[in-house]
Design a binder for this molecule. Structure first.
Ligand SMILES: [Zn+2]
Length: 318
């Protein structure tokens, strides 16, 4: 997802965009191809729970995958000629950079056009596809390119899931099987770009071994009275955890409740992951924003060493 908090197979005859034979192809998906990706059983849809489907459909009575798929079917469309031209211009302008990233990317990176009605209307990714929204496609050039690279990182990262420990380790996270407490588990909110919690941030803390950033819905799930739509339903906290033998369970307070900490109250979390972005809801998102900084040349950021570590990993693996 690309949340602006503080400051996301054409036939051979179609315009698959690739400069060299073994470079990743960037392909504009047809609505049928887009639907096939969105409705697939994958790491995102297989984790979806009823309450969060209800949020995505803005109706607590609609909690089935079938209902969600109907939304996907209604949301996909063809790119306009203008949108295609804009994306092709970006691909042409950045061909050297994109070619150099090809070894880390799938053979095909698909582009999906939507009318914005899915997953909160946020740019995001699924499988090897980037899901474009009307607002993004019509937005200014700087944001257009930054969001492209933010989302491209998610495709790259997903393509290298077997190296997630290494990748999240770039900002200090360590692998851990995270067990959510009962009070949060049915309210869990799954981010398509970071659908799992399998790492924690080890920190010096009095009553815990570290934290896991978690997203969750309000009690009761989707609330039609809550102004602000999907985004207003996103709860975020750093859940304090005890890490024992590779398993992270919520550390509890004196009343037995999980300790959910606001990031502002835990500066050591930002010491660990860096302060280059306010987008800290998951290491995957923090890395995506640091990837954009790497692409753009990270002039004057608070923690350039984070961008350098990420860049060194890319250089060593592409
Ligand atoms: Zn994202």
């Amino acid at each position: 997802m690309r949340l602006f908090l503080t400051g996301l197979m054409a036939s051979a005859a179609a315009a698959a965009f690739s400069a060299t034979a073994d470079a990743a192809d960037y392909v504009f998906a047809t609505p049928d191809e887009a639907y096939a990706i969105l409705s697939a059983d994958d790491e995102f849809t297989l984790r979806l729970q009823p309450m969060e489907i209800g949020l995505r459909l803005a109706d607590n009575a609609q909690t089935s995958r079938e209902a969600l798929n109907a939304l996907y079917r209604d949301s996909v469309r063809n790119f306009t000629d203008e949108e295609r031209a804009r994306l092709e211009a970006l691909l042409a302008e950045d061909a050297a950079l994109l070619d150099s990233l090809s070894p880390l990317l799938p053979d095909d990176v698909l582009f999906i056009a939507t009318n914005g009605g899915l997953d909160g209307g946020f740019p995001h990714t699924r499988g090897n596809a980037i899901v474009f929204t009307p607002g993004w496609l019509a937005g200014g050039d700087a944001g257009f390119r930054q969001t492209f690279y933010h989302e491209l990182w998610h495709v790259l990262s997903r393509h290298n899931r077997d190296r997630a420990d290494e990748i999240f380790g770039l900002i200090g996270f360590e692998p851990c099987e995270v067990i959510l407490p009962e009070s949060l588990s049915e309210r869990r909110l799954t981010n398509p770009d970071a659908p799992f919690n399998a790492h924690y941030a080890p920190l010096e803390m009095d009553q815990a071994d570290g934290v896991v950033p978690v997203l969750f819905l309000p009690e009761g799930g989707y609330d039609p009275a809550l102004e602000g739509g999907f985004g207003a339903h996103l709860g975020f906290a750093l859940m304090a955890v005890d890490a024992v033998d590779g398993t992270c369970r919520a550390a509890t307070d004196a009343d037995g409740n999980p300790m959910l900490i606001a990031p502002g109250n835990l500066p050591q979390y930002l010491d660990l992951i860096g302060r280059n972005t306010g987008y800290i809801i998951h290491p995957e998102e923090t890395l995506a924003d640091n990837f954009v900084l790497w692409v753009n040349g990270a002039e004057g950021v608070p923690d350039p060493e984070v961008v350098e570590r990420l860049g060194a990993w890319i250089e060593a693996n592409r």
